[in-house]
Design a protein around this ligand. Structure first.
Ligand SMILES: Nc1nc2c(c(=O)[nH]1)N[C@H]1C(S)=C(S)[C@@H](COP(=O)(O)OP(=O)(O)OC[C@H]3O[C@@H](n4cnc5c(=O)[nH]c(N)nc54)[C@H](O)[C@@H]3O)O[C@H]1N2
Ligand SMILES: Nc1nc2c(c(=O)[nH]1)N[C@H]1C(S)=C(S)[C@@H](COP(=O)(O)OP(=O)(O)OC[C@H]3O[C@@H](n4cnc5c(=O)[nH]c(N)nc54)[C@H](O)[C@@H]3O)O[C@H]1N2
Ligand code: SF4
Ligand SMILES: [Mo]
Length: 692
């Protein structure tokens, strides 16, 4: 039988058709207007059956057999497991206040409806500490877009004449988006790629800027300089719809391509060529990505990139960058229930906490601070849902200390991960094909697509929504959680849109709430305090941040451990993602390991010769935080002087955990983002020990 749903094995949320027989997933393929041979492939989707039916899937709730430090588990039923968790919630609330309980949410269960349910549960319980991992993912970037023109834009690559890809590799991370880029390129659209690494897209680009890692804001400011100095901007749009042109001109004056080229490892003429190609080919869109995230400068860097869209008049134009038309939904989070004086542990980042009506809190680095240092106050109980912070959070050695120290740890995950190994109780969650939910991608623009359950739960696992609803009832929150099925909850959430789950099941291709409209600002302006695009942001300036990106100058230390660069001669580039794995996930799935059995460190041939390194040599890479060991791969697609370090292997290879190297002491002042993407490090070859 073939069924339609949405794949959530990674955050791309692709609509898929799945073949099921005898309660087993047999095969899945992406639904796409393109014939299969023209679709960019996804190895994870091809392995969906192996992932879903993996023998390592947890089938029953697990409770420590003999207390926290005990190495053995006891399988228990859901009643015992959830009663135990609810009792702990009440215990910590009565002893230390509800805020001593914190919920950390990774990326895998999505930030749509399921995220609202967790916030609702925690807010009704009385704790403000429901925290996502968006400070290292796109939420920090989303805030920069929002502060500039009201919302994060959606690039219209298919209709663009010029595509500027900035720190994004859709060939590995988003096949449908990759299809759109390649289709546009076949029609003659120009492609510019800003990436230190020669990705597949960089290879196809008309212009590739192999930028020095972590220096994107400097490049964006130099491009702004080139555009303004040569009057390449859209003067009418800038006059009518932006605020702060003169401030921007003044700041950009010192960022001439000549002045910054060397610091960027680029040639001034290439910077100029990129600025000209982007500004003079209309319409043009910018696809910005995770290459900007996890950088100390993520917020101002992204602001600078966003300003390019405004200067060139590409905002909300066909073939440019569309301002989304979100589906109207009921906000279920009950934030108003929290007493105003109950500040979250992320209160040092007030603008980030509040920039969006339902994103909630994302400064996840505050969690180890609260557990280990009691800053700003102690967290004593932690629930980790759909995340693997022991591997994926910056300075993961310190994170593991926190996981060991917190008095009570609950983990909700389909697998017994390295994070779960610290837990008191592990609740087995269903995978994405075993549950119905509305994911963020389905709500963000005007088309709602249902992620529909197509398989029964594996073993005795349960969907995230069910776990939350049942826990809520045990906490006496029956009134807040009156729903017995997820369909009822989704119907309530979608009520303002006039769409029901039944409608969505009749329309697996999705339902639109409105026709896609462009230039919406002509009627209602931009969703900023001034109603204009804020080249200069008074809100930021008043809060003590740069009103125009880098009006306080380019920092001397934009990347991790810059203060110790003299002893750390290499630049480590974290990741990027492989098409086969999602962060720490799937590294035990045989089909996915066939072509990529272990993590590698890519090093330029010139560096390899100088260091006497050959392919397969074991390298030790270290920073003041820790070290890892992975084998070398010689590749001329990485810059000289940089090491491209394989991402996500720390789950199955504790000696190869990238975040054992990263720093979480220095953070972006607006978004709490650490320098996990780019940092100075040491490298040496591990010599084989002589035979005994
Ligand atoms: N150095 C460095 N650090 C990084 C990154 C990097 O590139 N370099 N990337 C960063 C980014 S962008 C992100 S988003 C984070 C990701 O960090 P995490 O969110 O921790 O990501 P994963 O490793 O994918 O862990 C997801 C967990 O959820 C489980 N899971 C899968 N599906 C479900 C489900 O439906 N329900 C539940 N309850 N659990 C589920 C999986 O088994 C897995 O254990 O890592 C960040 N950290
Ligand atoms: N297969 C797979 N797909 C995924 C995921 C996954 O883990 N695996 N994760 C999902 C998630 S949570 C996310 S956030 C997205 C991320 O999706 P992408 O944004 O595509 O993320 P990456 O591939 O990590 O990084 C993008 C590019 O940034 C480049 N880069 C590195 N440093 C810099 C820099 O300093 N400047 C610039 N300009 N570029 C730099 C990298 O070389 C890489 O080519 O992918 C999602 N899709
Ligand atoms: S890119 Fe692949 S794994 Fe990710 S959602 Fe799409 S089909 Fe699933
Ligand atoms: Mo992410």
């Amino acid at each position: 039988m073939k069924r339609n749903t949405v794949c959530r094995l990674c955050s791309s949320c692709c609509p898929v058709e799945v073949e099921v027989s005898d309660n087993r997933l047999l095969a899945a393929r992406r639904r796409s207007p393109l014939p299969p041979e023209q679709q960019w492939p996804c190895p994870k989707l091809a392995a969906a059956a192996r992932i879903t039916h993996a023998p390592e899937r947890l089938r029953r709730p697990l409770l420590r057999a003999g207390g926290r430090r005990d190495g053995t588990w006891r399988e228990v039923d859901w009643n015992e497991a959830l009663d135990w968790v609810a009792e702990r919630f009440r215990h910590f609330r009565s002893r230390h206040g509800a805020e001593s309980v914190c919920w950390l949410r990774g990326m895998a269960a999505d930030w749509g409806a399921p995220w609202d349910y967790v916030n609702r549960l925690m807010n009704a319980f009385g704790s403000p500490n429901t925290i996502g991992n968006g400070s290292v993912c796109h939420v920090a970037r989303e805030m920069a877009h929002t502060y500039t023109y009201g919302a994060m834009t959606l690039p219209q690559a298919r209709d663009a004449r010029c595509i500027l890809v900035w720190g994004k590799n859709d060939m590995n991370t988003n096949p449908p988006a990759c299809d759109a880029i390649l289709e546009a390129c076949r029609q003659g659209t120009k492609l510019i790629v800003v990436d230190p690494v020669r990705t597949g897209l960089a290879e196809r680009a008309d212009l590739w800027l192999p930028i020095k890692p972590g220096h994107d804001g400097l490049l964006a400011m130099a491009m702004i300089h080139e555009i303004l100095a040569n009057d390449l901007h859209d003067a009418a749009f800038v006059r009518d719809w932006t605020l702060g042109l003169e401030d921007l001109r003044r700041t950009a004056a010192s960022f001439t391509p000549e002045a910054v080229a060397e610091a960027l490892w680029l040639r001034a003429e290439d910077i100029r060529a990129a600025a000209r190609m982007y500004a003079t080919t209309a319409p043009a869109c910018i696809i910005d990505g995770n290459g900007l995230d996890m950088q100390l400068q993520v917020f101002q860097d992204t602001r600078a990139v966003c300003l390019l869209r405004a200067l060139t008049g590409n905002l909300d134009r066909p073939g440019g960058d569309l301002l989304p038309q979100p589906v109207p939904t009921r906000n279920l989070q009950l934030r108003e229930r929290l007493p105003a004086e109950r500040a979250p542990i992320t209160s040092a980042y007030p603008l980030f906490n509040r920039f969006h009506s339902n994103w909630g809190l994302h400064a996840q680095s505050c969690i180890p601070d609260a557990i280990l240092d009691g800053r700003p106050y102690p967290v004593r109980m932690l629930v980790v849902q759909s995340g693997n912070p022991a591997v994926t959070m910056a300075d993961s050695g310190r994170v593991r200390e926190a996981l060991a120290k917190v008095q009570c740890l609950v983990v909700i995950d389909p697998f017994l991960t390295r994070t779960a190994a610290f837990a008191d109780v592990v609740l087995p969650a269903c995978g994405c094909f075993e549950k119905t939910q509305l994911n963020r991608a389905a709500l963000r623009h005007n088309r709602v697509v249902l992620q529909d359950q197509i398989l029964p739960p594996i073993g005795d696992s349960r969907p995230d929504w069910w776990i939350i609803f049942e826990l809520a009832r045990r906490l006496g929150l029956e009134r807040e959680f009156p729903w017995t099925t997820v369909e009822e909850a989704i119907d309530e959430q979608l009520q303002p849109a006039g769409i029901t789950v039944a409608d969505l099941r009749r329309h697996p291709e999705g339902l639109s709430v409105a026709e896609t409209a462009f230039q919406k600002f002509l009627q209602r302006g931009f969703a900023t305090p001034s109603g204009k695009v804020e080249l200069f942001s008074a809100r930021l300036a008043e809060a003590g941040h740069a009103g125009v990106p880098y009006d306080d100058g380019w920092p001397a230390d934009p990347i991790g451990f810059a203060d110790q660069a003299a002893e750390l001669p290499w630049i480590g580039i974290s990741g990027p993602r492989s098409g086969r794995f999602t962060h720490s996930q799937f590294h035990r799935i045989p089909d996915l390991l066939n072509d990529e059995p272990e993590g590698r460190v890519d090093i330029h041939p010139q560096d390899a010769v100088q260091q006497c390194i050959v392919d397969g040599d074991l390298l030790r890479i270290s920073t003041p935080r820790g070290e890892l060991r992975l084998k070398a791969r010689i590749w001329d697609g990485v810059p000289v002087g940089a090491l491209l370090i394989g991402w996500g292997w720390g789950e199955t290879d504790p000696a190869g955990n990238l975040n054992d190297l990263t720093d979480d002491h220095r953070r972006n002042a607006v978004t709490a983002t650490p320098s996990s993407r780019t940092f100075y490090c040491r490298m040496e070859k591990v010599l084989p020990s002589p035979p005994a």
